[in-house]
Design a protein around this ligand. Structure first.
Ligand SMILES: [Zn+2]
Length: 292
């Protein structure tokens, strides 16, 4: 009996968990997905082309795949974007909670200025280094022009290496909303509260915006082409973000870590050692955490 849906049945991306920096999770799948579209010797031909493209991020790597497949970049990217819709990607969220267990229990909530304002009030009330802000906090909240800067959004990154080494301010100081509200004079105190944390999320690619999925597909094609030709062990850092306009449910939370060192983008990129490499959930995962 013929398979009623052969395309879906043969999709090598179905149910796959893809991680950018772990090439074995996707390089082979992309090769398998490309196989029916390639002439018999195309992959060999692709690898045999001269390595005149030097830059890792040169768009010409995608052109090279397109040339052997016989599709333009737009067409090939759209086809791949449709195929990877059935996959999940490992993505990361940088933050500074007291107990990361709250994310395991509740997921990651969208940016909500009402909740953030309450968090700011409790921080200013409880953290000794923020005592000078106590007489001002209500006035600051009332006059906060950037109150809705990220409302209803959650940010994730595709490469966790960039969190301690490029976007360290989320780990050192918490949300940008809080940083902008409290200002630079709060920095030293914020570094004493909570633990720098990287939350690992297994994100279904069906839930991200179609345009973002196309962009991701293009980058997968570019790096695959470069790897086939260069055959090196390099795993380039991937500066790629997902902006979700929905809460992340707890079942998508796969784990969390606390990095040992963080580069501070606000202070000449000095490297700060992290004295908070554990949290209540690390100490006892049965605890789900009640502190943000
Ligand atoms: Zn922890």
């Amino acid at each position: 009996m013929p398979n009623p849906n052969p395309v879906q049945a043969e999709n090598p991306w179905s149910g796959a968990l893809v991680e950018w920096k772990a090439h074995p999770t996707w390089m082979g799948r992309l090769a398998k997905w490309l196989e029916p579209r390639l002439p018999a010797d195309a992959r060999t031909g692709l690898a045999a082309q001269s390595t005149t493209i030097d830059a890792i991020d040169d768009p010409a790597w995608v052109d090279r795949v397109c040339a052997v497949v016989g599709q333009d970049a737009k067409q090939l990217t759209e086809n791949l974007a449709a195929a990877i819709e059935d996959a999940l990607i490992v993505a990361y969220h940088g933050c500074r909670p007291v107990d990361a267990g709250v994310f395991h229990a509740e997921g990651i909530k969208c940016n909500d200025p009402v909740i953030l304002a309450e968090h700011a009030r409790s921080l200013v009330a409880d953290v000794p280094g923020l005592a000078l802000l106590r007489p001002q906090i209500e006035a600051r909240l009332a006059a906060f022009d950037d109150r809705d800067r990220d409302t209803g959004q959650v940010y994730l990154m595709a490469d966790d290496r960039l969190l301690p080494n490029g976007c360290g301010h989320y780990l050192l100081y918490g949300s940008e909303w809080l940083q902008v509200l409290l200002g630079w004079e709060a920095h030293a105190a914020l570094r004493t509260y909570g633990a720098p944390t990287i939350i690992e999320v297994h994100l279904p690619l069906s839930t991200i915006a179609p345009e973002t999925r196309k962009e991701l597909a293009w980058y997968l094609l570019r790096e695959w082409s470069r790897q086939i030709v260069a055959r090196d062990d390099l795993v380039p850092e991937f500066d790629f973000s997902f902006v979700l306009r929905r809460d992340i449910p707890p079942e998508w939370i796969a784990g969390h870590t606390h990095p040992s060192a963080i580069t501070d983008p606000f202070y000449s990129k000095i490297v700060r050692q992290n004295p908070f490499q554990t949290c209540p959930h690390c100490d006892d995962p049965v605890l789900t955490g009640s502190l943000v």
